[in-house]
Design a protein around this ligand. Structure first.
Ligand code: MN
Length: 285
């Protein structure tokens, strides 16, 4: 099932013909930035699923181009991100002269306030000579609370999968700052429940900039797999329903600039566009 948030944070199910509003399946719904119905939905999805399916079956789909899709996550307690998780990406970062420790696997945090939705625009910050890069990644959303989760049971904690672009200012300094500018976490176009994905380590991931293919890899190439990264992260911190976890960048990262359009696609998930603009300075036309 493809779960989406749209318009005023309505809940939708995406089908071939469009999107069906299934908000009525929720015990409560509150729109706005402090809404927590989404976290409750992630926590109670198994119980709510039959009602959501009934409404999705009975409802009339609206064409996707008539709604505003939002990021398929809302107020995660954290955005966890795997670092240096594809061998060929480690190599390209080493070639750029990146510091040694940055080439080791690890998990860092991105600010949830950086999240934007599909078809939205990143306004580039002023970062001098530094480059801002795209990192197109497979991401997943946690469905239940867990600490010290063993690898063997880790996939049971995954509610579903989505796409995330881990936008990054290259160079010195802490990752959490360089990767947390507003707009640096596009997520979308929806959340595909785990049952519809099957094995998440067999998915083709692609990212284009202005139609030029930059990243093209299979998720099976990741070095630390999803159960291993859930086990690793949950040794330190409790994972909560709705938490977002991104699995690390494939090779092919590169700069984005004013006027670019990024297109990202992951097999079995979907496709989204993200636009890049340099904000106008005051006084300029
Ligand atoms: Mn990344």
């Amino acid at each position: 099932m493809k779960l989406a948030l749209f318009d005023d944070y309505r809940l939708g199910v995406v089908k071939d013909e469009g999107i069906v509003d299934v908000t009525a399946a929720l015990p409560q719904h509150d729109s706005g930035f402090a809404a927590n119905f989404w976290v409750r939905l992630c926590h109670n999805f198994t119980e709510l699923r039959p009602k959501i399916e009934d409404l999705a079956q009975a409802g009339t789909p609206r064409p996707l181009d008539q709604v505003r899709l939002r990021a398929a996550v809302l107020n995660p307690s954290k955005v966890l991100a795997a670092a240096s998780n594809y061998g060929a990406h480690r190599e390209e970062m080493r070639a750029r002269g990146s510091q040694g420790w940055l080439q080791d696997f690890g998990v860092f945090l991105k600010a949830p306030s950086a999240i934007i939705g599909p078809e939205e625009t990143i306004y580039l910050p002023e970062v001098g000579e530094r480059e801002v890069h795209h990192e197109g990644e497979l991401a997943f959303v946690i469905g239940k609370t867990g600490k010290d989760i063993p690898e063997e049971r880790a996939l049971a904690y995954v509610l579903g999968y989505t796409m995330l672009i881990d936008v990054t200012v290259r160079g010195e300094g802490d990752r959490s700052y360089r990767k947390s500018f507003d707009g640096f976490c596009p997520v979308g176009p929806w959340l595909v429940t785990a049952d519809e994905i099957g094995d998440p380590h067999h998915l083709r991931i692609r990212l284009w900039v202005d139609g030029q293919l930059r990243q093209d890899v299979n998720s099976g190439d990741m070095l630390v797999n999803i159960p291993q990264m859930i086990a690793f992260a949950s040794r330190a911190m409790t994972l909560y329903p709705g938490d977002l976890f991104t699995t690390g960048s494939p090779p092919g990262v590169g700069p984005i600039a004013d006027g670019n359009t990024m297109t990202m696609e992951i097999e079995k998930i979907g496709r989204m566009h993200i636009y890049v603009k340099r904000p106008k300075k005051s006084g300029q036309g």
